[in-house]
Design a protein around this ligand. Structure first.
Ligand code: TRP
Length: 357
């Protein structure tokens, strides 16, 4: 059962692809597994946000949504201990988004570095819809609807969390009488509705993809997926090119293979490998890749087994049931936040009774 006496935490994924990869794992999923036993956790599927880039392919968004729920279950996120939240079915999020949009200067949204990077890497040019920058405001509502203390995310999301902190602070000052010199940690003690949430970056802030250049990402084709089978994992690792630097004749310490050793081998072993490369010893890259392959496959095997049981229509039914299970609790909390926010905003004219399954 979710534990209401624990501090709250919220984080989420956007269903823009069918499955999660190792970058998601070390950047966030691993953290979530740990936090499940220490926080009252809310895990959100940002399926409305997926329409920012996939509005013409709603069936894909639906399939991706079910796929991500299955990945969560396969990794070990547990709907009995944590609350899964489907964004589109929590109306309070959409309602809060509109009010929050008034608290952020338009130009500040447009200067948000995370949005800018996405426009570049996804090649959106200047043809993206109005709703694309809007999602950053929506993300503030995703978070604040649940009034969490902690938001575990990848490094790329930090700008969004910063914006969310600004919005929460501004709301508390404008509508709850919090002083503008009140430290962030003391807002609720001074009458603020929203705790100012903190970002928590994963063990590996940015996992490079197999190309060794970009962040691991499905759309760049440089990812190892949690569902990749044993052979595929090894094949992908084997394709990594390892070339010594032309002037030093050494494999640079920043090389992706070494970053993977740090991320997936025991710390001592990774250090040993780094030292061998630094000494310029003739290292057998193939052996290192095999060692990494083993480590990765050991990590992934239990997930693959759980994921395999969720294939097909019964898996879809399980994922759907899990979504419905989370919505009652998610909506109870989000509706309460909205009700309190409306009292502060002066838009409250008595309670409303929307009923949810
Ligand atoms: N934008 C996040 C991503 O693409 C997903 C997300 C949506 C999220 N709403 C959130 C993450 C709220 C944390 C909190 O990764």
């Amino acid at each position: 059962m979710p534990n209401p006496t624990r501090p709250r935490l919220l984080t989420g994924d956007t269903p823009t692809s069918t499955g999660l990869h190792l970058g998601h794992y070390v950047g966030s999923l691993e953290n979530r597994l740990h936090f499940q036993d220490h926080y009252d956790c809310y895990f959100l599927i940002a399926n409305v946000h997926a329409f920012t880039t996939l509005a013409e392919r709603p069936a894909d968004i639906r399939a991706n949504t079910l796929g991500i729920i299955k990945d969560w279950l396969a990794v070990g996120l547990d709907p009995e201990r944590s609350t899964f939240v489907l964004q589109s079915e929590v109306p309070a999020i959409a309602e809060l988004t509109f009010f929050f949009a008034m608290l952020i200067p338009f130009n500040k949204v447009m200067r948000n570095p995370t949005l800018k990077t996405e426009i570049d890497t996804k090649g959106l040019g200047d043809s993206y819809p109005f709703g694309f920058p809007m999602y950053a405001v929506g993300q503030c509502a995703d978070i604040l609807a649940f009034r969490p203390e902690l938001v575990p995310v990848g490094e790329d999301q930090e700008a969004h969390i910063e914006m969310c902190r600004d919005v929460a602070g501004k709301f508390n000052q404008l509508y709850c009488g919090v002083n503008n010199r009140t430290p962030p940690d003391e807002h609720t003690a001074h009458g603020g509705l929203f705790p100012i949430p903190k970002a928590k970056i994963g063990r590996v802030a940015r996992l490079p993809g197999l190309d060794g250049v970009n962040k691991m990402s499905k759309s760049l084709g440089n990812a190892i997926f949690l569902t990749d089978d044993t052979k595929t994992v090894q094949k992908k690792l084997n394709k990594i090119t390892v070339q010594p630097d032309a002037t030093t004749n050494l494999v640079p310490q920043s090389h992706v293979l070494l970053q993977y050793c740090d991320a997936f081998l025991p710390e001592e072993r990774a250090k040993e490998i780094r030292a061998t490369y630094a000494a310029g010893t003739d290292v057998m890259h193939g052996h290192i890749k095999a060692e990494l392959g083993n480590a990765l496959n050991n990590l992934l095997e239990p997930m693959r087994q759980r994921r395999a049981k969720l294939e097909g229509p019964t898996g879809d039914a399980t994922a759907t049931a899990v979504i419905r299970q989370g919505l009652t609790k998610a909506n109870a909390l989000a509706e309460q936040t909205l009700d309190l926010a409306k009292q502060k905003l002066g838009t409250h004219f008595g309670p409303r009774n929307l009923t949810f399954p």
